[in-house]
Design a protein around this ligand. Structure first.
Ligand code: MN
Length: 487
């Protein structure tokens, strides 16, 4: 989908045709200039003066799937009762851009005519009131429209809004069910579809095995050569790599046939397969597909969504699992990995293909997988959990580092990080909030974008930052528990 955003500017008839013409000319100019700087086009749609104009544009925005959101601004005063009917029916993400055409107050030129034309400070407050009065979820961005900071914030919001559009088409293919007895990977799929739009359904592992046996050697050759071109090879076990290629081709065929952008599997159910997909899953996730291990469909869909929010729809986000800690004083870190399936978009260097024995699960043969270290830098980890009656999105700020030791016998991709505010307080906060051991780790989606996303999706949002304390968090969670009972 080629997404776009619509620009609607508020005004009224009171000012006369000349002012309205100026407003429109300037709004067109702003939309055109911003379109060149933002990741998605911002299309000027209307200088709104009546209830009908606003209602019409909102109806169209709701209906058009390429419209991922609307941006509004009041160049002049725009009485907000005329916005009520339209905004009340708005189903798309909304950003209120509180800006003005001119940067500075012109000392000599300013008179009452200038004030009447350039009164965003006045108009945007009336516009803000009706947003608050209607309890409409919206993003407010204030600043000069030519400033880089405003472009960056609009960019981030647009990407978050695309993260809202994508789930409406999100289908998750589950090969088998959840890992037996695990709680956090379960959840209400009916509620997830009602709230987030996800369609989560199961296919038999036997169907995949059948699909795999229909893959030709020629098809395997093509993907095998692609692997060799993209990754270093650190194994003589060509058969294992070719087997992963066969798995990837079969999974991709099934996903694409059903329009699925995310999938899960579980090592407990590999009936008829020789290897748990490792390299196959990693290479698929690098192409933008979401993945969750052990049947975790929530983290799988979230991975696909965060990837879509990244540049070009294949951002540096991947499925991650908290494994083990390094608790030496002053060097406290988490070590994250998974059995096999960490996405190479997180890699700091060229991943290498290796084959190793995998004791867990029912692997008859040693699975091929990509081994690498994660990048250093600021990142977030994201967990969506089902609280019973509602979904909670937990985001924690982390700082990833180059792993402080080489760990030569660890046969999987690994990322090392410090959670905020510090490792142990961060762990206390995470555990208090109920965050899962499965997360999406992202280097390019920000916590503010996830907050925007949660607001647009109307789900609970918990953010663990450098300033978090377990006491404050506990109070916040208590208040949220009450609030969400009545929402
Ligand atoms: Mn796992």
């Amino acid at each position: 989908m080629n997404y776009e955003f619509w620009f609607a500017v508020g005004s009224q008839f009171l000012y006369g045709p000349e002012v309205l013409e100026t407003v429109e000319t300037r709004a067109r100019e702003m939309a055109a200039e911003l379109s060149g700087l933002l990741p998605y086009p911002l299309i000027y749609k209307v200088t709104a003066k009546t209830n009908k104009e606003i209602t019409d544009i909102v109806k169209e925005a709701n209906y058009r799937s390429e419209c991922a959101g609307i941006v509004t601004w009041c160049h002049t005063f725009s009485p907000s009762k005329m916005w009520i009917n339209g905004l009340a029916s708005l189903q798309k993400p909304w950003c209120h851009l509180a800006t003005q055409y001119n940067r500075e107050i012109p000392n000599d030129e300013i008179d009452m005519d200038f004030m009447n034309l350039n009164q965003a400070a006045h108009g945007d407050r009336e516009h803000g009131f009706i947003g608050a009065r209607l309890r409409k979820p919206r993003k407010v961005i204030a600043g000069y429209w030519q400033d880089e900071k405003v472009h960056k914030r609009l960019t981030d919001w647009m990407r978050a809004a695309v993260g809202v559009a994508v789930p409406r088409e999100m289908k998750v293919m589950r090969f088998g069910d959840n890992m037996r007895e695990v709680a956090v990977t379960e959840g209400d799929k009916v509620e997830a579809q009602r709230k987030l739009g996800w369609q989560v359904n199961t296919w038999a592992v036997g169907d995949l095995v059948k699909e795999m046996s229909a893959v030709t050697e020629e098809e395997v050759d093509v993907l095998y050569n692609e692997y060799l071109a993209q990754y270093d090879v650190n194994t003589d076990n060509t058969a294992a790599i070719r087997y992963q290629a066969r798995e990837e081709i079969a999974m991709k065929k099934m996903l694409d046939r059903e329009g699925c952008k995310a999938f899960t599997n579980t090592f407990q159910d590999l009936y008829g397969m020789e290897q748990l997909p490792g390299l196959a899953t990693q290479h698929l996730t690098a192409q933008g597909y979401g993945y969750g291990g052990e049947g975790d469909w929530k983290v799988s869909a979230m991975t696909a969504i965060l990837k879509a929010m990244g540049d070009g729809g294949t951002g540096a986000s991947g499925f991650m699992e908290d494994y083990t800690y390094h608790l030496a004083e002053g060097q406290e870190y988490s070590l994250g990995a998974h059995m096999l399936e960490v996405c190479p978009s997180l890699a700091s260097d060229k991943p290498r293909i290796e084959t190793h024995h995998l004791g867990i699960g029912m692997n008859e043969k040693d699975p091929a997988r990509l081994v690498f270290e994660g990048k250093a830098g600021k990142a977030i980890v994201v967990s969506l959990i089902d609280m019973g009656g509602r979904l909670r999105l937990i985001v924690q700020d982390i700082v990833a580092v180059k792993p402080i030791m080489p760990m030569p016998n660890l046969p999987v991709a690994r990322v090392m990080w410090r959670a905020m505010p510090d490792l142990t307080t961060g762990v206390e906060c995470w555990i208090t909030a109920g965050g899962a051991h499965h997360t999406v780790l992202s280097y390019d989606v920000t916590a503010e974008q996830m907050r925007d996303w949660a607001r647009m999706m109307d789900i609970e949002f918990v953010h663990i930052t450098k300033d978090s304390t377990p006491e404050k968090l506990e109070e916040d969670l208590l208040v949220k528990d009450l609030v969400w009972k009545f929402k």
